[in-house]
Design a protein around this ligand. Structure first.
Ligand code: ADP
Length: 474
């Protein structure tokens, strides 16, 4: 399969310069995609800039109609998109189809929200004046997305941008361009006019730099590593672009002695092992109150023993392969460091190769301590280190002792305690007795080095709107 890029409503790209897309479960090449660079990035901006006047001139109802049509086509093609995603990204098919539903949820939610971009009227301090406040689209938006959620990271940005009246240039991750291009195909089929949505991929720095330098791009929205996010933020300063960043995380999962242990275990399995641990809100470290450490650890181990690892296209697989060799190496290095510092592997602990795919067994490390790499750096793999704590104050302090502040989880059946702890955690998202908090209508985003801005909900559309104050003399 050979794929081109979607620019200005046309499928473009050089046949002679393509890169391979590899299935992580088999290491087989499944497609070749045009290797976009500066030229394609500039063409996409030109198209988006030209389309902006028309798109922002549509009524909210008209834009909503286009989004609703796109939503309908994605819904009709859910299984096919899921299959493409599993083949290029590795996650189990049921998770992939689940992601398509989640991704599409942003489109339907923002199709509605497009109609609710309200302004204000403010009482003036002089009788001969009136004060009006309007919201207007920021202009051309550039979106750069990662491989771990090939559909949702695109729609979470593009749906509110389009609803607000912005046009978009999107760069999908090189690992997962096929899902992105399929979404573009359906946007075209939905009749979204040429230039409103442009999807390219290829040379990351070249494309990113072209967009940063172009003053027609008024907003950059990025999901990925903190390192690249910082570079983009610096680059955006040149033309003072608006910036939204969803960066790394290091989620603590806190189990208090008054928690419902079965619920905590069930939610931890989802939070830790979904996408084989490759999400930015995945639990990275588990803190269990000392009085229940043994009981909790046993239940957790029994649940982990049930998990099945394999090719995501096979039935009943819970964990697919990791995305690439570096991912395996990183997980292994965190595990080696933990065992060297006194941690013990209670289950799992090995990587293996099956039919070319590289897997890491779901793993629990007991006796984790705060000096271990896995307790400080993003592991991005299926390893759960468990540490114990004595008091509420202590665990809050240890949980907050991180440059990251994306998601945290707290399990307690004591409502007062749950509220106290969730308020004290320096995290943008807190799941109280809930390991899977992401939904289209709620604001997703991080504090500290986990990012700037929020995606989802009515907060998410504000990121694509300028506030205009009109002072009217009467
Ligand atoms: P990950 O570790 O998830 O791959 P990255 O931050 O490296 O995180 O990648 C996230 C996205 O950012 C991908 O689409 C990638 O191609 C892109 N990217 C990486 N480096 C740059 C860069 N210098 N400029 C713009 N985009 C980049």
């Amino acid at each position: 399969m050979r794929k081109k890029l979607y620019i200005n409503g046309k499928w473009q790209g050089e046949e002679h310069d393509q890169f391979d897309v590899v299935n992580p479960a088999t290491k087989q090449v499944i497609a070749a995609v045009s290797n976009g660079g500066k030229n394609e990035a500039e063409q996409a901006v030109e198209a988006a800039h030209t389309a902006f006047e028309m798109w922002s001139g549509f009524t909210a109802q008209e834009r909503s109609g286009f989004l609703a049509k796109w939503h309908q086509l994605i819904e009709e093609n859910k299984e096919e998109i899921g299959k493409i995603m599993t083949m290029e990204q590795g996650k189990p098919l049921k998770e992939a189809i689940g992601e398509v539903g989640y991704a599409n949820g942003f489109i339907s939610w923002y199709a509605e929200e497009a109609k609710r971009i309200y302004g204000d009227t403010i009482p003036a301090s002089q009788t001969n004046k009136r004060i009006f406040v309007q919201k207007q689209p920021v202009g051309v938006v550039s979106a750069i997305t990662p491989w771990n959620f090939p559909a949702a990271m695109i729609t979470r940005k593009v749906a509110p941008a389009l609803a607000a009246g912005c046009t978009a240039v999107i760069k999908s991750a090189e690992e997962t361009p096929l899902t992105a291009l399929k979404l573009a195909e359906l946007a075209e089929e939905a009749g979204i006019p040429a230039g409103v949505v442009n999807v390219i991929t290829g040379k990351p720095k070249e494309i990113g730099d072209a967009w940063l330098q172009d003053d027609r791009v008024r907003k950059i929205t990025f999901t990925g590593s903190t390192e690249v996010g910082k570079q983009l933020m610096k680059g955006a300063a040149e033309t003072v672009k608006k910036v939204s960043l969803e960066l790394g995380g290091h989620a603590p999962f806190i189990v208090m002695e008054d928690a419902d242990l079965d619920k905590a275990v069930e939610q931890l399995i989802g939070s830790k092992f979904r996408n084989s641990g490759q999400t930015c809100i995945c639990t990275n470290r588990v803190y269990v109150q000392a009085t229940i450490l043994e009981a909790f650890s046993e239940k957790f181990k029994a649940a982990v023993a049930e998990l099945k690892t394999g090719n995501g296209l096979e039935e009943n697989v819970d964990l697919g392969p990791l995305i690439n060799d570096q991912a395996i190496e990183k997980v292994q290095s965190h595990l080696d460091d933990a065992t060297a510092k006194g941690g013990e592997v209670s289950i799992g602990g090995n990587s293996f190769v099956k039919n070319g795919g590289q897997y890491f067994e779901p793993t629990i490390i007991t006796g984790a301590t705060d000096d271990m790499l896995c307790m400080n750096e993003e592991t991005f793999g299926p390893v759960a280190p468990i540490a114990s704590f004595e008091t509420e104050e202590e665990v809050i302090q240890r949980a907050n002792n991180s440059p990251y502040g994306l998601a945290a989880y707290v399990f307690s059946e004591n409502i007062g305690r749950a509220v106290r702890v969730s308020e004290a955690l320096e995290y943008g998202i807190v799941g109280v007795n809930d390991g899977l908090p992401s939904v289209p209508q709620a604001p997703f985003g991080g504090m500290k080095e986990s990012g700037i801005g929020r995606e989802g909900g009515h907060h998410g559309i504000e990121e694509y709107l300028e506030v205009k104050y009109i002072s009217l003399g009467v």
